[in-house]
Design a protein around this ligand. Structure first.
Ligand SMILES: [Zn+2]
Ligand SMILES: [Zn+2]
Length: 348
């Protein structure tokens, strides 16, 4: 059997194809279409770009973005195989980037090669996020307070850090309109003002996870926006009454708070030297925090009693030398004073 011979209907040449030969196919195909001018709207503050009405963050610098836009402006026919693209760029003016794109490939068995020029025109516009941010837009306020006291400096700094960490991860997950509008450090605590309900709830939950406390949510209707009811939510977050390191007393016993878990206090019993769990139901009186403990000299040990040199009055005060403290004379021990009665409490 002989190989069937076909002839091209256009040029009459021999071909293995049914229909046009490769050469005629190549000349009949417009294999490269190139947009000569592309406009890119970007936010001068944060670098986001707008396509249609949608803003998106661009995680890389402008030259990489220009390269991507230039490649998008080039349309190559599906039949081109082994496609290779190259690019060079110049910036004739600050808001223009001229890209030369080099396109190489194989079309119906023969190499093909072309270049095209794409002018990228950069146009500045404030993005949705930056305009909300500069306008002080907000949807939730987290009021961080504490039960029966004011949050201390350490707690305020921690709350601030947690809020910013949540903001970073929310932005990374693509929720570009969730941000912290501002943080106000006020006398009674910290107000975290945020742009969306979701980031507000997430920050509040994260603070409670790491620091304990309770949240109550108070929504308030403030109007309508594009036919949707608009609520502002106040999240009142009460940190626990006691912080880590607080020494509390109940029925003549002293405990150091080691943590709080949903209504329970994890404590260290300063008499027995053991860990314990107490119900957090406000029957406790605060003595102080171990961070504020004074250092005192142990002057003598007499069986289960110890003589402590009071660093303020220089009197020798006799206290119980609880076994877990393993006190020895002429060593140091850390003490707190009970504001009621002035008893010395050895904290280790
Ligand atoms: Zn032909
Ligand atoms: Zn922006």
């Amino acid at each position: 059997m002989s190989i069937q011979e076909n002839f091209c209907p256009k040029c009459g040449g021999k071909t293995e194809n049914e229909g046009l030969c490769n050469k005629c196919l190549r000349s009949s195909v417009e294999w490269l279409v190139c947009e000569p001018r592309v406009q890119c709207v970007f936010c001068p503050t944060c670098g986001s770009i707008r396509k249609g009405s949608i803003w998106t963050d661009v995680p890389y610098e402008r030259m990489k973005l220009a390269e991507e836009l230039a490649f998008e402006a080039v349309a190559v026919h599906n039949d081109v195989q082994d496609l290779e693209l190259g690019i060079t760029m110049t910036e004739p003016t600050p808001n223009r980037t001229l890209c030369t794109v080099y396109i190489r490939g194989t079309l119906f068995g023969e190499p093909v090669y072309k270049t095209c020029e794409v002018l990228i025109v950069w146009r500045k516009e404030q993005c949705d996020r930056c305009s909300r941010l500069s306008g002080g837009y907000y949807e939730s306020i987290i009021q961080v307070r504490a039960t029966g006291r004011r949050p201390d400096l350490y707690e305020r700094q921690r709350v601030d850090k947690i809020a910013h960490e949540v903001e970073d991860s929310t932005q990374e997950s693509g929720e570009r309109l969730s941000f912290i509008t501002r943080i106000d450090d006020i006398r009674d605590g910290v107000d975290i003002v945020v742009s969306s309900h979701n980031i507000g709830d997430t920050i509040a939950r994260q603070i409670v996870t790491e620091m304990g406390g309770k949240i109550t949510r108070h929504p308030k209707l403030v109007g309508e926006r594009e036919g949707k009811k608009l609520y502002r939510i106040t999240l009142l977050l009460r940190l626990p009454q006691f912080r880590k390191g607080d020494v509390i007393t109940h029925k003549d016993r002293y405990y150091e708070v080691r943590g709080t878990d949903s209504g329970l206090l994890r404590v260290f019993d300063l008499r027995e030297g053991i860990s314990n769990v107490l119900h957090d139901d406000s029957g406790y009186r605060l003595i102080g925090n171990v961070r504020e403990a004074e250092t005192a000299d142990v002057t003598y040990i007499d069986q289960d009693m110890a003589g402590i040199l009071d660093p303020v009055s220089y009197e020798i005060r006799e206290v119980k030398a609880h076994a877990w403290l393993r006190l020895t004379d002429h060593e140091k021990v850390r003490i707190l004073r009970d504001p009621e009665g002035g008893e010395l409490i050895l904290v280790g």
